[in-house]
Design a protein around this ligand. Sequence first.
Ligand SMILES: CC(C)(COP(=O)(O)OP(=O)(O)OC[C@H]1O[C@@H](n2cnc3c(N)ncnc32)[C@H](O)[C@@H]1O)[C@@H](O)C(=O)NCCC(=O)NCCS
Ligand SMILES: Nc1ncnc2c1ncn2[C@@H]1O[C@H](COP(=O)(O)OP(=O)(O)OP(=O)(O)O)[C@@H](O)[C@H]1O
Length: 276
Amino acid sequence: MAGLLATESAVISIPAMAARALRLELDLTPKPGLVDRANNGSHQDMDHALFLRSIAAITPWFSVFELAGREHAHKEASVQLRLLRPAGIACEQAMFAATGGVNTHKGGVFSLGLLCFAAGRLQGQCQPLHAETLCRQVSEICRGLVARELAARPQAVTAGEKQFLEYGLTGARGEAEQGFATVRRAVLPYWHQEQGERRLQHALLRLMAANPDSNLVSRGGIAGLRYVQDYAATLLAGGWDNDALSEMDRALMARRLSPGGSADLLAVAYVLAQLP
Ligand SMILES: CC(C)(COP(=O)(O)OP(=O)(O)OC[C@H]1O[C@@H](n2cnc3c(N)ncnc32)[C@H](O)[C@@H]1O)[C@@H](O)C(=O)NCCC(=O)NCCS
Ligand SMILES: Nc1ncnc2c1ncn2[C@@H]1O[C@H](COP(=O)(O)OP(=O)(O)OP(=O)(O)O)[C@@H](O)[C@H]1O
């Protein structure tokens, strides 16, 4: 039953869970600063329909990543990212083609793509598919990524590269190299405290409070990041409901802040939370 994992009553695959995670994240409403069913958050160039097209373009690639992980499973960890990258870049291009050049899911493709690839690698090595083993694989596959792609770059091009030079933030690369440490520490232990949509909103708030999100820094500097982290921590400490989230949505829109990195990690958290 390669590529499949039996959970409770259903048999589902990691690529299918990744696609489901993107859809759940998109539909979660209200969601501060982000595109959701009610509004476009702090974004001028995207809406819910564009995100649906993006998800449709990306989804077939998740199985490609998993298959590649399985095919290369017996090669050492240090060569894996080089083997995955061309497919990752092709998926990014499919996303940009579907959205007319808008970055809807670059971070999501990177993080979920790594999860699918690592799942295939585990299957190819006949190892159990657990949240812990999966995260360890991602970390091993990405070992040295921050040093190679951020620390060794004298000139920054992307937002992530600029923020490393200015503030030492490691963004999506650092989170993957740490085996999604923010998700494992800030979200998974609290996953069962809430149910349904509220569970996902709670997870998002916990991520916004903890995650050094490079999207927030690129739009609002370090002050923008602190604003969102403090706002989320205050809601978590004092209690919150949908009205409070809608008010936070308005506050972030007024400041053009979007916690896109935390939205990506919410999808990662959903996938990991389905695993033993
Ligand atoms: C590494 C990537 C993300 C480079 O992008 P960039 O330099 O802009 O990095 P940056 O860290 O700022 O983030 C890009 C996106 O990640 C998300 N993000 C931001 N901060 C974080 C964070 N702390 N944790 C997780 N995700 C984050 C956001 O959505 C952001 O837009 C990626 O585009 C890349 O290398 N793509 C090639 C395809 C590939 O390698 N795929 C491999 C797996 S499929
Ligand atoms: N529901 C969502 N709404 C908005 N962004 C999201 C959502 N889910 C995930 N994201 C993430 O946020 C990122 C997009 O953020 P943003 O638009 O700030 O980036 P950018 O295009 O690099 O910057 P800018 O728009 O400031 O030029 C995507 O890479 C995506 O992975």
